[in-house]
Ligand binder design. Structure first.
Ligand code: GLN
Length: 304
């Protein structure tokens, strides 16, 4: 039996003592203010055992990690028709890249870059009268945790500084791949990014991607093929232009956010979340990536 608790404890202690912790995102004050010395890690195994170390219970802005959850919600509803609106190829570009090459006729390369997540937000708006509350309800019920919420201040700041997201939405709209009002689509997108969770809560929500589409309470949200596809997209596109490096170093499908969170998983085995607010040059958590490399190397557990 692998002693996850002592492995996580050692990884957290090593992270806390590191001098170079990367650079905290500064594009909105709510993220710029976060203490760079925070480090949390949680792991939930396939028997439901939860292991934590460091600041695992502290909540943070999950930002782009939410794109996986909105993707799963849209995929559940639209099935494979979703792929008419968004592609599944890695972009090799930063998350907010606007190059026309990234979109063929207004179809963003994948659902985990901003342009793709904006299309997914549009898809969900077309389905629901009140998409913000439906999405929140979806995440809360997967986690069986009604305390999960948006951070309204973060959502508002995102809106004030989201010039590139407005540009992306306008570009997509010009190709007729956004069917709703741009303000409404981006308001929903910014709220999704503002979801606030701890590492403990994140592993709980992402457990369904470990457990063949079933959450901890054994409710089915996705079928096994849908889980396969979403995990594949996380592996190839979860870390923007660093997806290759993450596969090489860590060897797990996963997703990062500019709030410094990373969630990753080994199908049928475990889900792990890390939080360290300092980012590397590619916008992924610097110590989070190092911690996950240590975890898969020390346990010998990865998809490879
Ligand atoms: N809210 C951020 C944005 O849209 C999310 C970016 C991220 O986490 N990579 O720019």
């Amino acid at each position: 039996m692998i002693d996850f608790q002592s492995i996580l404890g050692a990884i957290a202690a090593e992270a806390k003592s590191k001098k170079d912790k990367g650079v905290v995102a500064t594009y909105i004050p709510e993220l710029a203010r976060v203490d760079k010395n925070k480090f949390g890690i949680s792991l939930l195994d396939n028997k439901g055992n939860l292991y934590n170390a460091g600041d695992a219970a502290e909540q943070f802005s999950i930002q782009s990690i939410a794109k996986v959850l909105s993707l799963s919600m849209a995929f559940r509803i639209l099935g494979d028709n979703l792929w008419n609106r968004v592609g599944v190829e890695p972009s090799g570009d930063p998350f907010n890249h606007l190059s026309l090459l990234e979109m063929e006729k207004g179809v963003p390369r994948n659902p985990l870059i901003n342009a793709g997540a904006i299309v997914v937000a549009d898809v969900l708006i077309s389905q629901f009268k009140n998409p913000k509350s439906e999405f929140l309800h979806y995440v809360r019920s997967i986690a069986n945790d009604p305390s999960i919420n948006y951070d309204q201040k973060v959502a508002l700041s995102e809106k004030k500084t989201g010039f590139r997201n407005y540009a992306a939405a306008n570009l997509i709209k010009s190709y007729n791949n956004l069917h709703n009002d741009i303000e409404e689509v981006l308001d929903f997108y910014f709220h999704m990014c503002s979801l606030t969770l701890s590492c403990r809560q994140l592993v709980n929500v992402f457990y369904m991607f470990v457990n063949r589409g079933k959450c901890l309470q054994n409710h089915t949200y996705l079928d096994i093929n849908q889980v396969k596809r979403i995990n594949a997209i996380m592996l190839t596109s979860g870390f923007y232009d660093e997806a290759g490096e993450f596969a090489f170093e860590v060897g797990l499908p996963g997703k990062s956010g500019v709030g410094g969170g990373i969630v990753a998983l080994l199908p049928n085995d475990f889900c792990v979340a890390t939080w360290s607010p300092g980012l590397n040059k590619k916008g992924n958590s610097k110590l989070g990536m190092q911690a996950l490399e240590k975890l898969t190397t020390r346990t010998g557990l990865s998809i490879f």
